[in-house]
Design a protein around this ligand. Structure first.
Ligand SMILES: [Zn+2]
Length: 365
């Protein structure tokens, strides 16, 4: 079907209809003289116009046919050709789906007017919710343990012991630093020398519903090179949910309407996953930045990694490798209690900075 569209400025009728809502999209568009496009007698506006009117130009993004932006700290997400729009954690049906014409994404004006007006009514309630905080859980995961020593240095220092010692120090440091914020809980996957499988670790993170999963390891190079040096932090290359979404989408692209709920849930999952990976990357970068201020060894960077514990945990997750135990100098340093304490405090400060940025705790800058 060929669509014909004519440019109009909006008539008074719509502004009457919508006069009750705090932001009157239709009226604003008329005032600012933004174009309205009529497709099959239905008024559409461009995505660009919407973002300008609501001041969300800097918060939007697009992944293939999925578009999202932030409005009053809520994420609004949609797909071209799909009649469901995700608003925060809910989804709403709209009359006409977003369409793309000549490189411009067009949105059905009355549908988005309605979304924004209902949105405004909910603001107060949401603010209340954000004041009554739930627990914020940080789960520290000391790598290896028990029969699994991890890497072993030339002089016998075992990775599992270094990881555990630093993790205990980190937990202690964070508890001390964050004691004003009792809603922040700091746990360890193991607090003694026991073996835990990777699945056990992921299970613990899920059971605790952790917000941050923080793995601590000590490197060894492939051939135990004596001169290998530096510290690095990995964030997830992908999360398991992304795969679920893609495989679902591929096999069900045409069945979307009949299985709308599932599709929308998958979209929510996928968006959350994208954010979780982005957030993990931010945390990994802060960790690297803080370590580089404190350690003289080289900064090997924050990078994506395919570790099981990063991939299968649904929350923000990173794995930091604090140094190469196969390097005798580093091994010697890692035996030093003061060095371990300094590393633990540095990791703690990185987590605190992340919490400040995320407004989990107030920032005192
Ligand atoms: Zn390790």
């Amino acid at each position: 079907m060929k669509l014909v569209y004519i440019i109009f400025f909006l008539c008074l009728f719509f502004s009457f209809l919508q006069s009750a809502s705090p932001i009157n999209l239709t009226e604003r568009i008329k005032e600012l003289k933004y174009p309205v496009y009529y497709i099959n007698q239905q008024p559409f506006i461009s995505l660009r116009t919407l973002l300008k009117v609501i001041g969300a130009e800097n918060s939007w993004g697009r992944i293939e046919d999925r578009i999202f932006f932030l409005y009053q700290n809520k994420r609004i997400a949609m797909r071209i050709g799909n009649k469901s729009v995700i608003v925060g954690e809910k989804y709403v049906d709209i009359e006409y789906p977003p369409i793309e014409k000549e490189g411009e994404v067009l949105l059905h004006l009355p549908s988005f007017e309605k979304i924004l007006s209902e949105f405004e009514e909910n603001v107060e309630e949401d603010e209340e919710k954000s004041l009554s905080r739930e627990d914020y859980v940080i789960l520290i995961d000391p790598g290896h343990g028990g029969i699994d020593s991890g890497a072993v240095g030339n002089f016998g220092l075992k990775e599992k012991d270094v990881n555990l010692d630093i993790s205990l120090r980190l937990q202690h440091y964070l508890k001390k630093k964050l004691k004003k914020y009792p809603y922040i809980k700091i746990y360890l996957t193991r607090d003694k020398d026991v073996y835990l499988s990777l699945e056990d670790r992921v299970e613990k993170a899920k059971k605790l519903n952790a917000d941050i999963f923080f793995c601590i390891h000590t490197n060894s190079s492939k051939y135990n090179r004596r001169y290998a040096t530096g510290f690095e932090t990995f964030y997830p290359r992908e999360k398991e949910e992304v795969k679920v979404f893609y495989s679902y989408e591929n096999s069900n692209r045409l069945k979307e309407n009949s299985q709308k709920d599932t599709v929308v849930l998958q979209i929510i999952k996928e968006f959350d996953t994208t954010t979780t990976i982005d957030e993990s990357k931010i945390l990994a970068e802060i960790v690297q930045e803080k370590l580089s201020e404190r350690l003289i060894t080289p900064d090997r960077g924050a990078k994506p990694g395919n570790f099981y514990v990063l991939k299968y945990t649904p929350m923000v997750s990173i794995l930091t490798e604090i140094g190469f135990i196969c390097n005798p100098n580093i091994e010697m340093n890692l035996r030093d209690v003061e060095v371990r304490q300094a590393i633990a405090e540095t990791l703690g400060n990185a987590i605190i900075e992340y919490l400040e940025r995320k407004k989990v705790i107030p920032s005192y800058e």
